[in-house]
Design a protein around this ligand. Structure first.
Ligand code: GDP
Ligand code: IMO
Ligand code: MG
Length: 433
C-alpha cells in the first residue's frame, strides 16, 4: 500500500500543510508535485508556526525524505531563502530534501509578465499571487523559452539565458513595458543563477527515477497537493484557476509515479469555504457572517496576506472535486471557527435557470449565475479547540459533520479544531486512545 495523496477539495488553503505534517510520521517520503511558491502551507507545533511554500510539509521529521518533483516550478532565490529560514530555526534541510532536475525555473521576466497580464485582463482579474507561476508554466508548455533546473549545469546555459532575454525584451516591450522598468540584463541574470545553481547542487537529482524505485520497493509515499481542486487548470473554475493540475489528477503527471500506486486519497476541506483572488464563489458571504469567519479563522492569505473571501460549505463543489480526485475519506478542518454561529447553512444544490442541479457547471459564466440551495442546521455555541475525541464534540457539531459526510458521500476520517498538530481528532480515535 505505498502511496497516499492529500488533496485540497476547495479553492486552496484547506490546511493541507497541517495534515501532511501529521501523516508524515507514517510515511517514508513526502512529495510536492505541482505548483510553486504560490502555495503557503502552515504547520504549527510546540507553539511555533512554520510557513512553507516549496519545501514539503514533511520536512520537520528528518528521517523522512522530502521531494520537490518535476511538475513544480521553482524560483531559486525563494527556495534558497526558504531552506535558509528553516535551517536558521533548527530544522534539518540537507540530504532529506531532493529537488528535480526536471522542475522548471522561474526567472525575473516571469514576475513581470505575471504583473502585466493580470493588469491587462479585461473584466475581473484572476488576482494571481504574482509569483510568476502562470508565465513559467506557459513557457514550459511552449518549450522555446523554458529552462529547467538541470539546464543550469549545462555548458550552453549562458547562451540559453541570452537568447531568451533577447526574446523576452521584445515580448515585454510589446506588452507596453519600457526597458527601464524590467531591466533584463542577461549576463547579470546568468551570474545570479550560476550562484543559485551551486547553492542548490546538494539537493538536485532525478526525482522521477527515485520515486519509481521507491514505490517499487514498497516505500510509503505521501503526495502533498498544493492549491485546491477547484483551481485545477483543466477541471477547475477556468480561467480563475492556477496553471497546474491541482486536483488529484496531477499526481502522476507532476511526480512521474503512475496513479495505480496511489491507494488512498484524503480530501481536505474546511468546515466552510474560502477563496482568494477573483472568480465566482456561489456560497460567498460578503456580510457579517463572512466577516465573522474571516476574523475567527484568521482568513488572510498565507502568501499575500490578502483577506480571503469566506462563505458556507458547498456540497456541489466538494462532491465534484471528491469524485474528480478519487477521494476515499475527508479531513474536515477549522471546525472550531464555526463555534458561536447560531445557525449554519450547507449548500446542497444549485438552481440554474429555474432548474435544480447537482452537477458542478463546466463554464464559469454558468457558475456565476447559479443560486445556492441551502439546508440549515443549528450551530453550537461552545469553544471546541480543546476537544480531542469525536464523542466529546457538541451534538450539533457531530450532526454537522455527519451531514457533510452523507452529502459529499465520503466518511470523515479527521477533524481539526485548531492549527496545532495536537488539535486533531481522528474519527477512529486510534491516535487518541
Ligand atoms: P494550506 O495551504 O492548505 O496548507 O493551508 P494554509 O496554511 O494556507 O491555511 C490554513 C490556515 O488555517 C493556517 O493558518 C493554519 O495554521 C490554520 N489552521 C489549520 N487547521 C486549523 C483548525 O482546525 N482551526 C483553526 N482555527 N485554524 C487552523
Ligand atoms: P495553497 O497551496 C489559495 C490562487 C490565487 C489566484 C489563482 C491563480 O496555499 O492552498 P497563481 O499565482 O497560482 O497564478 O494564482 O490561484 N491561488 C491560491 N489560493 N491557496 C493557494 O495555495 C493558492 N495558489 C494560488 O489567489 O486566485
Ligand atoms: Mg495556503
Amino acid at each position: 500500500m505505498p502511496a497516499t495523496s492529500v488533496v485540497g477539495l476547495q479553492w486552496g488553503d484547506e490546511a493541507k500543510g497541517k495534515i501532511v505534517d501529521i501523516l508524515t510520521e507514517r510515511n517514508d517520503i513526502v512529495v510536492r508535485y505541482q505548483g510553486g511558491a504560490n502555495a503557503g502551507h502552515t504547520v504549527v507545533m510546540d507553539g511555533q508556526t512554520f510557513k512553507l511554500s516549496l519545501v514539503p510539509s514533511g520536512i520537520f521529521r528528518p528521517e523522512v525524505q522530502c521531494v520537490i518533483a518535476a511538475g513544480v516550478v521553482i524560483n531559486p532565490p525563494s527556495l534558497l531563502q526558504e531552506i535558509e529560514g528553516l535551517v536558521s530555526r533548527g530544522i534539518q534541510v540537507s540530504k532529506n530534501l531532493m529537488v528535480s532536475t526536471r522542475a522548471h525555473l522561474i526567472f525575473p521576466w516571469h514576475f513581470e509578465e505575471d504583473r502585466l497580464m493580470n493588469e491587462s485582463t479585461s473584466g475581473e482579474a484572476i488576482g494571481t499571487t504574482m509569483r510568476g507561476i502562470g508565465p513559467c508554466y506557459r513557457d514550459k508548455v511552449g518549450r522555446s523559452y523554458a529552462i529547467r533546473l538541470g539546464d543550469m549545469y549545462r555548458d550552453n546555459f549562458a547562451d540559453r539565458v541570452e537568447q531568451i532575454v533577447a526574446a523576452k525584451r521584445k515580448i515585454l516591450t510589446g506588452l507596453g513595458c519600457t526597458e527601464d522598468s524590467f531591466l533584463l540584463d542577461a549576463k547579470k541574470i546568468h551570474a545570479q543563477y550560476c550562484d543559485y545553481a551551486e547553492r542548490l547542487r546538494p539537493f538536485v537529482g532525478d526525482t522521477t527515477a527515485y520515486l519509481l524505485d521507491a514505490v517499487e520497493a514498497n516505500k510509503k509515499v505521501l503526495f502533498e497537493g498544493a492549491q485546491g481542486a477547484l483551481l485545477d487548470i483543466d477541471h477547475g473554475t477556468f480561467p480563475f484557476v492556477t496553471s497546474s493540475n491541482s486536483s488529484g489528477v496531477g499526481v502522476p503527471s507532476g511526480s512521474g509515479v503512475p496513479g495505480r500506486w496511489v491507494t488512498k486519497v484524503l480530501g481536505i476541506v474546511k468546515a466552510y469555504c474560502t477563496r482568494v483572488g477573483g472568480g465566482p464563489f456561489p456560497t460567498e458571504q460578503d456580510n457579517a457572517i463572512g466577516q465573522h469567519i474571516r476574523e475567527k479563522g484568521n482568513e488572510y492569505g498565507t502568501v499575500t496576506r490578502r483577506p480571503r473571501r469566506c462563505g458556507w460549505f458547498d456540497v456541489v463543489a466538494a462532491r465534484y472535486t471528491a469524485r474528480l480526485s478519487g477521494v476515499d475519506s475527508l479531513a474536515v478542518m477549522l471546525l472550531d471557527v464555526l463555534s458561536e454561529l447560531p445557525e449554519l447553512q450547507i449548500c446542497t444544490a444549485y438552481e440554474l435557470d429555474g432548474k435544480r442541479i447537482m452537477n458542478f457547471p463546466d463554464h464559469v459564466e454558468d457558475l456565476r449565475r447559479v443560486v445556492p440551495v441551502y439546508e440549515s442546521m443549528p450551530g453550537w455555541q461552545e469553544e471546541i479547540s480543546h476537544i480531542r475525541r469525536f464523542a466529546d464534540l457538541p451534538q450539533q457539531a457531530r450532526d454537522y459533520l455527519d451531514r457533510l459526510s452523507v452529502l459529499v458521500g465520503r466518511p470523515v476520517e479527521v477533524v481539526s479544531v485548531g492549527p496545532d498538530r495536537q488539535q486533531t481528532i481522528f474519527a477512529n480515535d486510534v491516535h487518541n486512545a
